[in-house]
Design a protein around this ligand. Structure first.
Ligand code: BGC
Length: 814
């Protein structure tokens, strides 16, 4: 029986209403997310000002990262387009034209390089991943380009993407010689320079001290298809910046502690020596100077913050905060940040301070004020004691501070713990990597100024809930289905559906053309017993080709995979005459790290809802996003897909977007990559050597924080090893922690080809309860069958994994 498939998409290429709505949302999100880092009475720009616009990102603004995180949108607005559309006069058109020509040639050369490295063994997509595009050097700025300008806007762009890390080199983490030279030329003009960082992460800012005319600076990040329009609105004051950094900007690469461990890595062993001191926790605790701290960001107006009350009820602290816009001109939004200063010394050395709650205010008109409640549970103040295998809060005084950012803080309350409190015993494994040399600060921290009178709360009750893991529910209807399945059918479920195109990377689905993969359906007696699910990347939108065709049987015509790369830049040669064409333009939202800079959970939920609309239109059941690994290493090629260096911010924002996607119960989201995908170099073999404490306080904590708020339909494991064991085979992180301690009840899937190319074992995925192996290959099925025959894997263990898959298929497809 032919399983009839609906053709998703539109039969015309016309702009659809959903596109317009989502484009508007993408712009609003970008405006809320871009961070104003510096403004020495330079912004907003006046309407009449003539702008000299320069830098690689002026007309070639990077909207998002490459690899599976790319989105093929209809069109993107560059900063040049954005400023022109806003009616600003650009007086450097000649320079921009010159760069465009150089760029077009570089693009052609790059495509030739990819073609040259393709071979039967290296298919297009691998060749593409292994040959990242580098933005070409820019031409010299001449006197004639700047003569008329009142202000110069200079855009530094960098590409980054899956499969490779950025480099601490000129032209990447550092300025290129040409960029330095051009900034020097602009500086000599003695006219204000506005610097825009169009980078999917951090970069070396040590050059800033050389250019005194850089009067304003924006951290744009990769702000999606409307990024250029958003920048124009912010520069001209149509919108007021309200983004805040989600990472610390140090000065140069060597300042980040992870730099040392990655450079010194041998045999792919990456030792996480800095332990729990990641991001601001490092710079703060070791008293290191930074360029811009975590949480930093400016506005065109000023806010006054007043703490109205602090209360402790049971184990929840609630703080009422009032924000007043004390400016006269601009409406604006502020971000409220609460941190806790932890007592130094004691049994364990702890970080100086940690983020414990945050929120973004509504838009406040000049002189308008509003109150909101920020709350947190006392258990958030815990540390993990590896010797005891328990979380604990040491006796002592913890100071709650209100922060404009992680450095500018004011004490608001103190919490005194009369005793040391412990959580229930964790089922931890005692194979902490002994050889790991962990760094910790010595000496005590300088506390926040507490000269004013503070509310003091006393905690006498153990804040840890002593509940044991939730009873696992068993659905007998699912067991009845499992009872009807042969072992071959069961294996066809736990291994993704083998693709017709045999594509392993990128677009393995055959039902929905160019989606990333799908699961098998099982038909019995003309009925669908188990429905198949189609999955699609993430995280900046949906990654699908703009168009596809079907034949007379309604089956998608296989096109060349290259059509879905870089908005079809490789040509749509796959389109055939006489075939029905369908159009699907997906929205390129700002990337994960940019979205996070909004610090706005409500906004991220809205993005999730908008994505769900596109998933519905294009037949996607599970979105392979959000990505939420901790930004440990400033060069990690996928940092742009992830949110932050902080586990609370990452977890809460991931939960928000998941809630949006999953709101109506018919679609799922996937949080990824569980866990410790902190670099892309050798991503399938790299071995993260990390203490149990750092795992629990950072690298799993972000996932735990998300799971406490929402249950994502699925979780994707990472390619790397965690303490010697591939993540999808890692019983410790998957079964002991994720299932038994975090009580996660959804689906766990592998990342693509980790068992066929990455060295992970297919049957050990099922042992560890990594339920689904993606995208699915014959050799996975054979390997699992062999393990059953060799009695390394029982049919009961297979059934446990099949159960999770059927449960999710039923919940999504009914
Ligand atoms: C990426 C995943 C992605 C998958 C499917 C892999 O290369 O690591 O994040 O979801 O491909 O496209």
């Amino acid at each position: 029986m032919k399983n009839h498939v609906k053709n998703y998409g539109f039969t015309t290429a016309d702009v659809q209403p959903y596109e317009q709505e989502n484009r508007t949302l993408a712009r609003r999100v970008a405006e809320e997310s871009i961070v104003l880092l510096k403004n020495d009475q330079c912004l907003p720009l006046h309407k009449e000002m003539k702008i000299g616009l320069f830098g690689s990102g002026a007309s070639k603004t990077v909207k998002g990262g490459t690899g599976s995180g790319n989105v093929n949108e209809r069109y993107s607005v560059s900063i040049y387009d954005g400023l022109k559309n806003a009616g600003q006069l650009i007086v450097s058109e000649a320079w921009i034209d010159g760069y465009d020509t150089i760029y077009a040639l570089a693009r052609q050369d790059w495509k030739k390089k990819i073609a040259a490295s393709e071979s039967p063994k290296v298919p297009f997509l691998l060749a593409y991943f292994d040959t990242p595009f580098s933005l070409p050097a820019e031409p010299l700025i001449l006197e004639e380009h700047v003569r008329e300008a009142d202000v110069n806007v200079y855009v530094i762009s960098r590409d980054s993407g899956e499969g490779y890390d950025r480099k601490n080199e000129k032209g990447d983490f550092q300025l290129s010689d040409e960029e330095y030279r051009n900034l020097a030329i602009l500086n000599q003009q003695k006219k204000p320079i506005v610097l825009i960082l169009n980078v999917g992460g951090l970069m070396d800012l040590s050059f800033m001290k050389d250019f005194s005319y850089i009067k304003a600076m924006l951290n744009m990040s990769f702000a999606g298809e409307e990024g250029g329009a958003a920048v124009a609105n912010l520069l001209t004051g149509k919108s007021n910046p309200s983004g805040r950094l989600t990472d610390t900007f140090a000065f140069s690469y060597e300042d980040w502690p992870s730099a040392y461990s990655v450079e010194k890595a041998t045999n792919d062993r990456i030792e996480y020596n800095e332990d729990i001191f990641v991001g601001y926790k490092w710079f703060d605790s070791f008293n290191e100077q930074v360029a811009y701290p975590f949480g930093y960001g400016l506005s065109y107006t000023d806010f006054k913050t007043t703490i109205k009350s602090v209360e402790l009820e049971d184990t929840t602290v609630s703080i009422v905060v009032e924000t007043e816009n004390i400016g006269d001109t601009y409406a604006g939004k502020d971000v409220k940040q609460l941190y806790c200063e932890l007592p130094s010394g004691g049994v364990l050395e702890k970080e100086k301070k940690r983020l414990i709650a945050f929120s973004k205010t509504a838009l406040l008109a000049p002189h308008e004020s509003k109150q909101e409640v920020l709350s947190f549970d006392l258990s958030q103040l815990s540390s993990f004691d590896e010797a005891k295998g328990q979380e604990f809060i040491e006796q002592g005084v913890y100071t709650i501070v209100y922060g404009q950012n992680a450095q500018q803080v004011t004490a608001v309350a103190q919490i005194e713990f009369s005793d040391t409190f412990y959580s229930e015993k964790k089922m931890h494994q005692v194979n902490n990597p002994d050889s790991l040399v962990k760094k910790a600060p010595s000496g005590s921290y300088e506390p926040a100024d507490i000269s004013h009178t503070l509310t003091t709360l006393t905690c006498t009750k153990n804040p840890f809930s002593q509940s044991v893991g939730a009873e696992k529910q068993t659905d007998t209807a699912i067991n009845d289905i499992i009872a009807q399945l042969s072992i071959e059918e069961k294996l066809s479920l736990v291994v993704g559906k083998l693709s017709k195109s045999n594509s392993q990377v990128g677009a393995a689905a055959s039902k929905i053309y160019s989606a990333s993969g799908e699961t098998s359906s099982i038909q019995k007696n003309g009925e669908t017993l188990v429905a198949g699910l189609t999955v699609c990347d993430g995280p900046a939108g949906l990654r699908l080709s703009n168009e596809y065709q079907v034949d007379q049987n309604n089956d998608p015509v296989l096109q060349d995979i290259s059509v879905m790369i870089d908005e079809g830049e490789y040509g749509t040669t796959g389109l055939q005459a006489g075939k029905q064409t369908f159009y699907r333009y997906c929205t390129a939202f700002p990337v994960g790290s940019c979205l996070a800079q909004s610090w706005d959970s409500h906004l991220l939920e809205e993005v999730g809802l908008a994505l769900a609309v596109e998933m519905d239109l294009f037949g996607i059941d599970i979105w392979l996003a959000p990505g939420m690994n901790i930004h440990r290493y400033p060069l990690c090629g996928r940092n742009f897909e992830y949110f932050s260096e902080d586990p609370l911010l990452s977890g809460h924002l991931a939960a928000a977007i998941v809630m949006g996607v999953q709101k109506d119960g018919t679609k799922g989201a996937t949080i990824k990559h569980f866990a410790c995908n902190n670099q892309e170099t050798d991503r399938m073999s790299s071995n993260s050597i990390v203490s149990e404490r750092a795992l629990r306080e950072l690298y799993l904590k972000n996932f735990e924080n998300c799971l406490e708020r929402v249950t994502p339909v699925s979780i994707m494991t990472s390619y790397n090893k965690v303490n010697e064991v591939h993540s999808p085979n890692n019983v410790y992180i998957l079964t002991t922690i994720l299932r038994d301690e975090f009580n996660y009840t959804g689906l766990v899937m592998t990342d693509w080809t980790t068992t066929t190319l990455g060295g992970a074992s297919a049957y050990e995925c099922l042992v560890a309860e990594n339920n689904l192996i993606m995208p699915g290959a014959r050799q996975d099925i054979d390997a699992i069958m062999q393990a059953i025959n060799d009695q390394k894997l029982s049919v009961d263990q297979v059934d446990r994994n099949v159960y999770e898959l059927i449960k999710i298929a039923k919940s999504i497809k009914g």
